[in-house]
Structure formats: C-alpha cells, structure tokens
Ligand binder design. Structure first.
Ligand code: NAP
Length: 280
C-alpha cells in the first residue's frame, strides 16, 4: 500500500493527509467498543490524526477516542474543538481541561474554535495562547471561518499563530477554491476538509459512480483521492465500518490521471465567482 502523504502545519509538524472523524460517535448509535475498535483500526492503518470535539456526543466522542488511543497516545495527533460559547478567556481554559480529562491525556495536538460566536476573537486567542504556554495544547486553529473572518483573525497579533481552518470541502462543495483556499495557501496554512464524503450523500451521485467505475475504484475512494491531490489538504472521513476504513486508506494508492480530473471538473465544477463558505 502506498505511504500516506504528509501535510505540514506552519510550525513544521507533519500529519497524515487522511485522518479519522468522530462526529456521530459516543451517542449510542453503535456500541462505544465498536466505535473505539474502528478508530483503532484506522490508527493501525496509519490514519493517525483523530478529529473530535466537546460537542460530539456531548463529550462521548472524546471518551471513545480515549479508548482508541490508550497505550499509543504519543503516536496519535489528537484534534478537539470548543463551542463558541465556551471560547471566553476563562471558559476556554475550563473547556480544554474537561476535554483533556475525557480524552485521558495531558495535551491536545490541535485545539480549534468550532465556529465563530459572539465572544471577541482576541479573548479566545488569549486563552489559546495561555493553554499553549502551559503545554495543554500544542497548537490552535479555527473552524468554519470564511476569508473575512480569517482576515480579522490575522489583524490580532497572535492570529498569525493559527495552524489551520477546518471547513466543509468535498467534490460538490468547492466554494473555498475561489478565495479562502488560495488565501490560506499564501500563508502556508493547510485546510482540514470536513465531511469529505458529503456525509455519505456524495456517494450516491451517478456522475461520481461513472468516474469511479472508469478508474476502477469506489466513489468514496475517488472523492478522497481527489481531495488529497493537493499537498495542503487533510481529509477526515468518519467510518465505523472496517471495510470502509480499509477502502479509504487504500484510496491513497489510486491514480487520478488528467482525463479523470477533467471529468471530475465537468461533473463537479469549481466555483465561477466569490462563494460564501458553506457550513453544516
Ligand atoms: N468542524 C466542523 O464543523 C465539522 C462539521 C462536520 C464534520 N466534521 C468532522 O469531519 C468528520 C467527517 O465528516 P462527516 O462525519 O460529517 O461525514 P463524511 O466523513 O463525509 O461521511 C461519513 C459517512 O460516510 C460513510 N462512509 C465512510 N467511508 C465510506 C466508504 N469508504 N464507503 C461508503 N461509505 C463510507 C460513513 O458510514 P460508515 O460508518 O458506514 O462507513 C458515514 O455515513 C466528522 O466526523 C467530524 O470529525 C467537522
């Protein structure tokens, strides 16, 4: 199997371009042991970045992650997010400490503001910088920020420490290619693409199925490989199905030639003008 490409954060830290999502975990949809086993399989396959949030399963997803990373914490890049209403100077510290407890760890590799709320960004950044100084988080970033939000963030001196922006990005949602992605690229900041399979909705699309059958892959593999064509995109698909996890990992070996890329652009066109950021 081809090696997983690495994506670099601005501080030089490399992570696998394919990680693991956890949005629907820890809510009892599947037994927690099964969810933890799925994550553990993903880690065994080299997808050693796990994306979670205090919101997912009301903390339950972080507890599932704790089970999966037990005994190998040092080999996993753990990402969590805080609610905007917890993003105040003191509340953010407390929220992070709760996440650390649920995750049974002493640090997060990356801590994200889940989306923008009403608390001034400067307050959140002060909390992030304090958490970083104390070693409770190694780096921080944002999520669901459009270009104007990123510009505002960068007007705050500490804003330049932002490691990433996690946004909705998949074949059928390419709006960020107009402005946000180039803006981040200029600053050498990778994008974390959430819902890279459109929460599964992408997979039923006839045009994608036709392209996938021509290149001898599944629709999910084409959707993931297409995202990984860029050296600065990290995709974090979620799956509790071992066969899907193996297929997602194998997508890295898929070759998408110029012809396939042209067919993809025809079926799922890039934006033709400014497009506001789509958010789930
Ligand atoms: N920052 C934010 O605001 C935000 C918002 C949304 C999501 N996220 C993050 O992004 C992660 C991924 O997004 P998502 O969970 O919304 O959606 P997604 O990863 O696009 O899609 C997940 C769905 O695809 C299915 N699937 C996965 N691999 C497959 C394969 N190879 N073949 C067929 N079906 C497959 C899964 O079912 P099976 O389990 O059956 O495989 C699941 O139903 C989340 O878990 C979360 O960590 C962040």
């Amino acid at each position: 199997m081809a090696d997983l490409p690495s994506v670099l954060f601005p501080d030089g830290k490399g992570v696998p371009a394919l990680g693991l999502g956890t949005w629907t975990m820890g809510e009892g949809r599947a037994p927690a042991a099964q969810e933890a086993a799925a994550l553990a399989l993903g880690l065994d396959l080299g997808m050693t970045l796990v994306d979670t949030a205090e919101m997912y399963g009301d903390g339950g997803a972080e507890e599932v992650v704790a089970r999966a990373i037990s005994g190998r914490r040092d080999r996993v890049f753990v990402v969590s997010k805080l609610y905007p209403h917890n993003a105040g100077r003191k509340a953010a510290i407390a929220a992070c400490e709760r996440s650390l407890r649920r995750l049974s760890t002493d640090r997060l590799d990356l801590y994200l503001l889940h989306w923008r709320g009403s608390i001034p960004l400067a307050e959140t950044l002060a909390a992030f910088e304090r958490l970083r100084a104390e070693g409770k988080i190694l780096r921080w970033g944002v999520s669901n920020f459009d270009t104007a939000d990123m510009r505002e963030l960068f007007e705050i001196p500490e804003g330049r420490h932002c490691a990433t922006n996690q946004v909705l990005y998949h074949l059928a949602e390419r709006g960020i290619e107009w402005e946000l992605l180039p803006w981040m690229r200029e600053r050498r900041m990778p994008v974390m693409a959430y819902s890279p399979l459109g929460q599964g909705t992408l997979l039923g699309k006839q045009k994608l199925a036709a392209i996938a059958s021509r290149v001898g892959a599944t629709p999910a593999q084409v959707a993931l490989r297409w995202l990984l064509r860029s050296p600065d995109v990290i995709a974090i698909p979620e799956s509790v199905d071992p066969a899907h996890l193996r297929a997602n990992r194998a997508a890295v070996s898929l070759r998408l030639g110029a012809q396939a890329l042209r067919e993809i652009d025809a079926a799922f066109p890039p934006p033709k003008g400014p497009t506001s950021l789509a958010i789930i």
